[in-house]
Write a protein that binds this ligand. Structure first.
Ligand code: SPQ
Length: 428
């Protein structure tokens, strides 16, 4: 346990931050670099715990991955060069590693067992296991293969035409990865678009993949070719400073090289609708992903309703958006976000508990929450729920509390943002 006491803060935040690499894209760079024959260089890789789980999984399967801080050099013989791991693979806290690897391991000619920490062992895997079984995958585990640990006996996969019953990029990606190893055309249709980094990177690595509206088709048994990847800054990490800059009086923050893929930028739309002073500059494309710099300043805010198709574009930002909403005049309603209940923790319950402990007025609902503002937060003892996004939200909240905030355990922050407190201190 690593407790942290945060004293009340009286100044303003100002300065420039280079946001660390995107977690979702870093995972995918390791996956596709390992599946492609040749040498893939990855720069601005996120060296957080989750992405290192993906690195380790491929090392266990015989891929050479050299790591030098945020740079990786991946040297692989391609899919046919991967070998059976000698021991069970530990995926720690990482849902992305687990679900994407299930898609790959299903189609490789060997046996693997995977497991994770207490939080990951509670998260549903049937959303991935069910379609993979339809493709011929042989997976078993607790609760009929819904819960880790799971064992996968790789087999010959056949393509499917699948409409996603949940709004999940991880499920879509698992099926596309299995489709890459299957003989024929696999089609995945979404009813609500989710982040498309898998599709973008499959294209960059030479896969035969096309998207038409909400349907993506991949033709399998196609070799990938190595290509270099520069990872954009993670908008989900930037979100903490976007909110800090908006709610701490007189602040003005510049965030450089942040990913702006429009399947991820719901937080920007929300800030704009609530009245925040936000400017995007220097927009460009890097490794097939849009990036740019964001300038944010202290603003007065109004409550809004956040629902429908925007939800997957800001799903991981909802904890910090809830804090933002406590500082807006009027009511903010968040709906259609039932997926929050199956993240690292039940983020609807956790957000309401943590922010209400600090003095907010939040009513949890089955698929979101109702936040009444504006409230003066007073401080107190809060739990991180072992969830990196809840811990960072608590730390940002402490910037506007009248008394100190004590977070029971901040070690989980290293999952996605190991230098979070260094960056926060640099703005004070
Ligand atoms: O990897 P993990 O643990 O699932 O991480 C989270 C996060 O907050 O960092 C969710 F808890 O992000 C997911 C995100 O919610 C990462 C992700 C991806 O890289 O494909 C997609 C989203 O999950 P889902 O379930 O909507 O597919």
């Amino acid at each position: 346990m690593s407790e942290k006491t945060l004293k009340p803060f009286e100044g303003k935040l100002s300065g420039v931050i280079e946001i660390p690499g995107d977690k979702s894209i870093s995972h995918r760079a390791v996956i596709f670099g390992s599946l492609a024959k040749g040498i893939t260089k990855v720069t601005n890789f996120l060296d957080g715990e989750d992405c290192l789980r993906t690195v380790n999984a491929f090392r266990e399967m015989g891929v050479t991955i050299q790591e030098d801080g945020t740079s990786l050099v991946i040297e692989s013989e391609g899919i046919s060069g991967l070998s059976e791991p000698k021991q069970p693979l530990d995926f720690g806290n990482s849902g992305t590693t687990t679900r994407l690897m299930l898609g790959i391991l299903s189609g490789l000619p060997f046996f693997t067992t995977i497991y994770g920490d207490a939080s990951l062992s509670k998260r549903p895997m049937d959303r991935v296991v069910n379609p993979l079984r339809q493709m011929g995958s042989i997976i078993d585990g607790r609760n009929d293969g819904n819960l880790l640990p799971l064992s996968i006996r790789g087999s010959k996969l056949h393509p499917i035409d699948y409409t996603l019953p949940v709004k999940s990029a991880q499920v879509k990606s698992a099926i596309l990865l299995a489709g890459l190893l299957a003989d024929g055309e696999t089609r995945v249709t979404e009813t609500t678009p989710t982040r498309n980094h898998t599709e973008n990177m499959l294209k960059a690595f030479g896969a035969d993949i096309t998207s038409d509206g909400y349907t993506t088709t991949i033709r399998g048994k196609n070799n990938l070719h190595a290509t270099n990847v520069h990872v954009p800054g993670d908008i989900s990490s930037a979100a903490f400073f976007l909110v800090a800059g908006t709610i701490v009086p007189d602040s003005s923050i510049h965030l450089k090289n942040t990913g702006l893929n429009n399947t991820r930028t719901g937080i920007i739309e929300v800030l704009q609708k609530m009245g925040a002073d936000i400017v995007i500059e220097n927009e460009r494309s890097v490794s097939g992903e849009k990036i740019g710099d964001i300038h944010i300043s202290y603003s007065s805010l109004k409550g809004i309703t956040i629902e429908g198709n925007i939800i997957p574009t800001l799903i991981d930002e909802i904890p910090i958006i809830a804090l933002l909403a406590t500082q807006a005049e009027g009511t903010t309603i968040i709906k259609d976000a039932e997926e929050l209940r199956v993240k690292e923790t039940d983020r609807i319950t956790a957000v309401a508990d943590v922010l209400n402990t600090l003095g907010a007025d939040i009513t949890p609902t089955k698929d979101g929450m109702i936040v009444k503002g504006k409230t003066q937060l007073h401080g107190g003892n809060i739990a991180s729920y072992d969830d990196h996004r809840i811990a960072m939200m608590g730390a940002i909240a402490s910037l506007i509390t009248t008394n100190e905030v004590v977070i029971d355990d901040i070690s989980c922050i290293s999952i996605s943002y190991p230098d979070f407190f260094r960056d926060l201190e640099s703005l004070k």
